[in-house]
Design a protein around this ligand. Structure first.
Ligand SMILES: Cc1cc2nc3c(=O)[nH]c(=O)nc-3n(C[C@H](O)[C@H](O)[C@H](O)COP(=O)(O)OP(=O)(O)OC[C@H]3O[C@@H](n4cnc5c(N)ncnc54)[C@H](O)[C@@H]3O)c2cc1C
Ligand SMILES: *[C@@H]1O[C@H](CO)[C@@H](O)[C@H](O)[C@H]1NC(C)=O
Ligand SMILES: *[C@@H]1O[C@H](CO)[C@@H](O)[C@H](O)[C@H]1NC(C)=O
Length: 501
């Protein structure tokens, strides 16, 4: 067809198409500036994944009001550092494993632990060195429930593992529910762990005696929390748990450096959007912050929020957004006080007549007893130990770590310990209150190019989930920027990708 045969109308259509394509092309240029608010494991891994997606030219600024690492932190006790926030990492936490390898860090040398359960009067279970002894003790008390538990947990975790393949292939999800739906775990948000386990034939006694102590040490609650976070806490009861040599917070520092992000030590106060109009400032977000040198602001194409938008944790006000974005989403974060005591345990407090010099239990979990001042009591080693290091017996003065909902009273400490050389207390607003299960989680997408990493905490809060969410948010930001809708919220990925996986 010659040009003269084309009608004016067709030319116009062609013109529109060309214009359309050109504007599409300009939208495909990489963003110039991205802000990340918060430099915990969520924000620092978001910076790392954003760099991976958007390439070397984009400027990434990370704002941190407190300390890099956030809820991963250490405390110095007589010359040695101890984890005083997030401590243990599961062997299947693949993002964290990848960070440690990529950053040239290493896992701390293995420290042997032994678990016991305390009901406030006596130790109802003590792990033995001998598998067969544990086997018989558990079989005697709880029947086959005990042996079905690992398989039950692994079944759910196994399905969750496909998230890593989906992320590798660039798939992202616009809500926590969609993400969990893709790995067949969304129904777990809707029921309590107790409901899910009872429905699958576990006994109430087993839940009270074995399951609850795990949810109490990990999330400060009994088995009435949502089943997904419940499974995460039960997975912590497996072997092979590890921690980063020198402290888990080293991952955040390393990721910031590797991502070539600029760390801005300042508190973000507010975020503003300009109504869509032509001009240089159109479609940019204005981040207002206060640092040592006073208050200032900067403009960004994309903003990632990597701190919980909850009372007591961050007070960021959002203005000019429609619909409006609240500073605080519904639900509360619960207080968990982490107390380190360097001292000698009072053995009779545990209702045992074992000799302290023979007592090697390291992780003392508790059943749901309101009279107990703590959720857990654990003998812990420092963040750096030589190969072959073993925790000393209870007869020696050593570091014990306790989690409790309230600060421990002088009276309680006096009863638990025979002697104390020092006490270190760190209160955290630790993780969401998961009871009753929240049926709606906050969104990953707060506005066109404004994303929220910590929405994931309402499914489960742990370092790996923050990293999973950070990667999802980086992919989501990239897919939305480049109009790759076929990489967002895809149904039935499992069957569709069977060939590729
Ligand atoms: C006592 C305790 C024990 C835990 N145990 C484990 C465990 O064993 N294993 C595990 O995997 N997880 C554990 N967790 C959970 C884990 O710590 C969290 O899920 C994870 O660290 C959250 O990381 P984050 O980066 O999303 O948030 P945070 O680490 O909270 O990071 C948010 C950062 O944002 C900063 N910030 C806030 N507001 C602003 C603002 N306006 N401007 C600038 N910066 C701001 C904060 O200072 C903070 O550094 C534990 C948590 C606690 C408290
Ligand atoms: C969760 O429960 C709500 C209300 O009971 C229901 O509407 C929703 O479909 C449920 N979702 C799932 C994934 O089961
Ligand atoms: C040790 O614990 C027992 C039992 O709780 C208590 O009676 C005793 O007073 C405690 N000892 C010390 C030194 O506090």
């Amino acid at each position: 067809m010659s040009l003269s045969n084309l009608s004016v109308k067709a030319l116009l259509v062609l013109g529109i198409c060309l214009v359309g394509r050109r504007s599409l092309a300009s939208a495909s240029e990489p963003p110039k500036k991205i802000a990340v608010i918060g430099a915990g494991i969520g924000g620092s891994s978001a910076a790392y994944f954003l760099r991976q997606e958007f390439g070397p030219s984009v400027k990434i600024d990370v704002y941190e009001a407190g300390t890099v690492g956030g809820r991963t932190a250490t405390e110095n006790v007589k010359g040695h550092d101890y984890e005083i926030g997030a401590a243990v990492i599961h062997p299947l936490n693949l993002h964290l494993k990848h960070f440690v390898e990529t950053l040239g860090l290493s896992p701390r040398a293995e420290v042997k632990t032994k678990m016991a359960i305390f009901n406030g009067k006596e130790l109802t279970f003590e792990e033995s060195d001998w598998f067969i002894v544990n086997f018989i003790r558990m079989l005697w008390r709880y029947g086959f429930n005990s042996f079905r538990k690992p398989g039950w947990v692994e079944g759910i975790l196994g399905k969750f593992m496909s998230i890593y393949q989906y992320q590798k292939l660039g798939y992202s999800f616009s809500s926590v529910e969609q993400l969990l739906h893709a790995v067949d775990a969304d129904k777990l948000l809707n029921q309590t762990l107790e409901e899910a386990m009872l429905a699958d034939g576990f006994s109430q006694v087993f839940i009270n005696d074995i399951v609850t102590p795990n949810t109490r040490i990990n999330f400060g609650l009994n088995a009435g929390l949502n089943a997904f976070v419940g499974v995460v806490s039960l997975a912590d009861g497996t072997s092979g748990l590890w921690t980063v040599e020198g402290g888990n917070k080293r991952m955040s520092a390393g990721l910031l450096e590797l991502s070539k992000a600029e760390l801005i030590q300042a508190r973000v106060i507010s975020l503003k959007t300009s109504p869509s109009k032509s001009g240089a400032a159109a479609n940019l977000y204005e981040v207002n912050y206060v640092g040592d040198s006073g208050s200032s602001h900067s403009l960004y194409d994309i903003v990632i929020i990597a701190t919980p938008l909850h009372k007591g944790l961050s007070d960021i006000s959002f203005s000019g957004f429609s619909p409006p974005i609240p500073s605080h989403f519904p639900g509360n974060f619960q207080q968990i006080v982490n107390t380190l005591v360097l001292g000698k345990l009072n053995m009779s407090y545990l209702g045992t007549d074992q000799k302290a010099s023979d007592f090697l239990m390291s992780d003392i979990l508790t059943t749901d007893n309101k009279a107990l001042p703590f959720n857990s009591l654990a003998s812990v080693g420092p963040v750096k130990v030589p190969q072959g290091y073993a925790l000393p017996p209870a007869s020696e003065s050593k570091v014990w770590k306790m989690f409790s909902a309230r600060p421990l009273s002088e009276e309680a400490l006096g009863a638990i310990f025979e002697s104390r050389e020092g006490v270190w207390v760190k209160p955290w607003l630790a993780y969401p209150s998961y009871t009753p299960p929240l049926r709606r989680t906050p969104p990953f997408v707060l506005h066109d190019r404004l994303f929220y990493v910590n929405a994931i905490e309402w499914a489960a809060s742990c370092m790996e989930m923050s990293a999973v969410s950070a990667r999802n948010v980086a992919l989501l930001a990239y897919n939305r920027w480049h109009g790759q809708t076929h990489k967002i919220d895809q149904e039935d990925l499992h069957t569709r990708l069977r060939g590729e996986l």
